[in-house]
Design a protein around this ligand. Structure first.
Ligand code: FAD
Ligand code: NA7
Length: 530
């Protein structure tokens, strides 16, 4: 009954907000049917889907993407902070300075490990193998350029206009765009989708902006960063530290509190231990207070948790202390668009307080800062707005931000989907959950006698039917494994389903089909029932 009421409420709200959409006449008043501000994961997906939907209704849509970013030039690490220029190809954070270059760097670090282990498999490799940072960066940047090319041709094919300029709202249907040369023009549109993402933050300390870099610059450094201080302890900090260590750089992580806030802390601690074993130094309970320049290096002053002051010298200082939403630069407040904690406040339809202005991706208060989330939300949003069949469909078109899987690449890979153990205890109580755990050594590691017992899996269940509400896995190919598990969790998988599934041998994933040790008992419990 409640479900039916909710579904009716959703459908009515969609109809109310999108009334008149089957007749796009109102667009005639404007230059464009849709302008997406931001050509990253969310904006590109939304524009493409809008084009497909409208074209399928025999409407030749007028769609534009306005995208601009101050992108660091190919830079030298020292002695000063790099020059900034305006060039930034389509694809936003993910393509230019996020997932793509990060995963390549991570893979480069893994290749280093493979080479070290190759002799065990009979390959004759020299005892010392060097890494060439310059050629990695050049290849990374070339790969990014090839992705830009793909996006550009995709947009040409779909007749979506790319306006390489910075956007700002003048009124509810008009934006002003300013290009790199300072040329200004105004554009009007029936609707807007904002997907402007975030930018790295700097802490408010002397020398931070002048002398430190962020992940935005890291993938374009033309010289290796050498002795590097990474400040911050979440996702981006630990990943950067992980692959830099793997690429033979000397790395210290300065962590003011806990690692990977928001993730399962048992797994987060294991990652820190693993990284320490691989040569990363951790300074726990410390924060930097000042950076100054020496001749060819940077002197970092920092305090520890006992308030003692220390000084240390680094070749590169990298801040990964969070990201700031850039939507406040769009002039949205004057239109009455509400913000929540510096992010755009949207309803469950990704709609702002101005009905024809929508927002998706990192810049909204509902989302997770992840590429597939932005893509999925952008695509669903355009379907909701432009799909003819939409109003006859049900709430499946609404973005579900729960149980979104993710992977941290440190380079020990950590895949997670659903809740952490801490959160499940808080929500359901210790007595109402069952946590299955296993630590093991994959065949490949057994063979090389390296990383024994470093692979770890945790499945968190709730209720008498043991519904799985959390999956956490540390080990090889975590992203690939977790993606499959995410489908199962979406479908309401139980522990019994895992137990009844036949494994694939010899893999690490097969361990999930024979979990029988619980946190509670610590004993082998014969609960498999198959
Ligand atoms: P973005 O991709 O940031 O795109 C926004 C675009 O809008 C940018 O091009 C920006 O320049 C432009 N813009 C901003 N303001 C204006 C304006 N006024 N006018 C015109 N254009 C404007 N996610 C994952 O899922 N997996 C990962 O492995 C992963 N790794 C990451 C690693 C790093 C180092 C970082 C920084 C992020 C990573 N992310 C990862 C997160 C992912 O990149 C973001 O969640 C995703 O890019 C968000 O997409 P978006 O469309 O919201 O914004
Ligand atoms: P997060 O997830 O916001 O984490 C920020 C980290 O930086 C976290 O460890 C913070 O410690 C630390 N921090 C924040 N401010 C400071 C200062 N002033 N000094 C020292 N340390 C600080 O940011 P990320 O950039 O890693 O990731 C953001 C998202 O982008 C992420 O979800 C990815 O999907 C993409 P704290 O825990 O608060 O003590």
């Amino acid at each position: 009954m409640l479900v039916r009421f909710r579904r009716r409420h959703i459908l009515e709200t969609i109809r109310k907000y999108h009334k008149g959409d089957s007749n796009e006449q109102s667009s005639l008043k404007h230059q464009y049917d849709l302008v997406c501000i931001g050509g990253g994961s969310g904006g590109l997906a939304a524009a493409k889907r809008a084009h497909l939907e409208l074209q399928s209704r025999d409407i030749q849509p007028k769609i534009a993407i306005v995208d601009y970013r101050e992108h660091p030039n190919i830079v030298n690490t020292s002695p000063d902070r790099p020059e900034i220029n305006w060039r930034w190809g389509l694809g936003g954070t993910c393509t230019n300075v996020g997932c793509i270059p990060k995963k390549i760097m991570h893979t480069a670090a893994l290749y280093g490990e493979y080479v070290q282990n190759a002799s065990e498999f009979g390959w004759k490799v020299p005892s010392t193998v060097e890494h060439d940072w310059e050629s990695l960066v050049e290849n990374v940047q070339n790969h990014i350029r090839s992705i830009h090319f793909g996006y550009r041709s995709d947009m040409m094919l779909n007749k979506i206009e790319h306006i390489n300029a910075r956007a700002k709202f003048l009124d509810k249907h008009t934006i002003e765009v300013t290009d790199a040369k300072g040329n200004v023009k105004t554009i009007t549109s029936r609707r807007f989708i904002i997907a402007v993402g975030c930018m790295p933050k700097y802490p408010d300390i002397e020398g931070a902006k002048e002398y430190a870099i962020t992940s935005d610059e890291l993938f374009a450094l033309i010289k290796p960063p050498n002795k590097t201080l990474v400040v911050g302890a979440s996702y981006i900090a630990l990943e950067s530290a992980g692959y830099l260590s793997g690429l033979n750089q000397k790395v210290t992580v300065m962590m003011r509190s806990i690692p990977l806030r928001g993730f399962d802390q048992d797994c987060a601690q294991k990652i820190v231990e693993f990284m320490k074993e691989r040569g990363t130094t951790f300074k726990q309970g410390c924060v930097p207070t000042k950076i100054r320049k020496n001749k060819n290096s940077f002197v970092v002053e920092y305090v520890d948790d006992k308030n003692s002051v220390h000084v240390e010298e680094y070749d590169t200082v990298l801040f990964a202390v969070g990201r700031k939403c850039v939507a406040d630069e769009l002039g949205l407040q004057q239109l009455g668009v509400k913000f929540d904690n510096d992010k755009i406040d949207v309803n469950e339809f990704e709609q702002t307080s101005v009905p024809h202005i929508y927002a998706v991706g990192d810049c909204i208060n509902r989302g997770l800062e992840l590429t597939p989330t932005a893509i999925h939300a952008g695509s669903l949003l355009s379907r909701r707005i432009y799909s003819e069949e939409l109003v006859t469909k049900n709430h499946k078109h609404i973005m579900d931000y729960t149980n979104v899987p993710t992977t941290v690449f440190t380079p020990l890979e950590y895949g997670s989907c659903g809740m952490s153990e801490e959160d499940t205890i808080k929500k359901y109580g210790q007595d109402n959950i069952e946590v299955y755990l296993i630590g093991f050594t994959p065949l490949e590691h057994e063979f090389t006698h390296k990383d024994t017992n470093k692979t770890y899996m945790k499945v968190i269940c709730v209720g008498s039917e043991e519904k799985i509400i959390g999956f956490h896995y540390l080990g090889p190919n975590a992203g690939e494994i977790t993606q499959g598990v995410a489908v199962a969790i979406r479908l309401g998988v139980t522990k019994h389903d895992l137990d009844s599934t036949v494994g694939i041998h010899p893999t690490v994933a097969e361990e999930m089909t024979r979990l029988n040790i619980t946190r509670r008992s610590g004993l082998v419990a014969e609960k498999r029932g198959c």
